[in-house]
Design a protein around this ligand. Structure first.
Ligand SMILES: C[S@@+](CC[C@H](N)C(=O)[O-])C[C@H]1O[C@@H](n2cnc3c(N)ncnc32)[C@H](O)[C@@H]1O
Length: 248
């Protein structure tokens, strides 16, 4: 289903409720973002190799915390998420590296300072956040000087193609996307193998320009953009995009 993001408060509440249920589904599966993990592992290792002063990584909207398992051992990992169930379960199973924090609300400087990191990763998490302006203000404070903000997102047009039933439907969806006054959202069950989540999860169709504008406004500069990081991609697979900004 697609709809326009009109009521941000409602959207946030619904998304949060959905994760308190769907987090159990994710934690009980062997979900590992395999299409993204090799790419991110190589990138993060490269950054760390080139700059020894890089010591801390912050995983924003960490979900099941899979990123912790693929980063170099000499990087200190901290995951944050506003889903209570993810954070409490992970602190029990993966060590005490996870903190419940909502990145969409203005946070105290002291709190942000304590979490400040050389690499800040938002892997498929910004697509769930309706208050991008506050998020980017916080992300800037959370990134150390000369540090990097890494975003993994979804190509919006491919997402529409994936949920379309036929060519005519796709044409209508594209036309709605172009005409809409607010961002479009796709809601859909999570599929892992044969299993389906009980509740939908939500993705806001942000474009590269949306992130670029927000990042530039707060002072980040663009370092790298890669459009399709999937090793193999079927026509109806998601197209993952990699965007890296730098804080000078
Ligand atoms: C699609 S999941 C991605 C999880 C993980 N990064 C991954 O790659 O599998 C999005 C995550 O963002 C979290 N999230 C959504 N809004 C958030 C917010 N305002 N503050 C912190 N985390 C948030 C959700 O709870 C969820 O765990």
């Amino acid at each position: 289903m697609t709809f326009e993001l009109i009521n941000k408060v409602d959207f946030k509440t619904t998304n949060r409720t959905s994760w308190e249920v769907n987090s159990k589904f994710i934690l009980e599966s062997s979900f590992n973002q395999k299409n993204i993990s090799n790419f991110l592992k190589t990138k993060i290792c490269q950054i760390k190799q080139d700059k020894q002063e890089i010591v801390k990584l912050l995983d924003v909207g960490c979900g099941n915390g899979w990123l912790k398992d693929i980063i170099p051992n000499d990087l200190v990992y901290q995951g944050i998420d506003n889903c209570t169930n993810f954070v409490s379960s992970l602190n029990n199973t993966k060590g005490n590296h996870f903190l419940e924090l909502d990145i969409e609300v203005n946070q105290h400087n002291q709190k942000l300072e304590a979490l400040k990191s050389n690499i800040v990763v938002c892997c498929l998490s910004l697509i769930e956040m309706s208050y991008l302006d506050i998020v980017f203000k916080n992300l800037y404070e959370l990134t150390s000087k000369n540090g990097y903000l890494i975003i993994v997102s979804l190509n919006p047009l491919i997402e529409l193609y994936r949920v379309s039933e036929n060519q005519k439907d796709y044409k209508n969806l594209i036309s709605n996307y172009k005409k809409a006054k607010n961002h479009l959202v796709i809601s859909k069950k999570i599929n892992i193998g044969e299993k389906k989540s009980t509740l939908d999860y939500y993705r806001i169709l942000y474009s590269f320009e949306d992130y670029f504008d927000q990042a530039s406004n707060v002072g980040f500069t663009l370092e790298e953009f890669k459009e399709d990081i999937n090793e193999v991609r079927e026509p109806k697979s998601p197209m993952y995009e990699y965007i890296m900004f730098k804080k000078e």
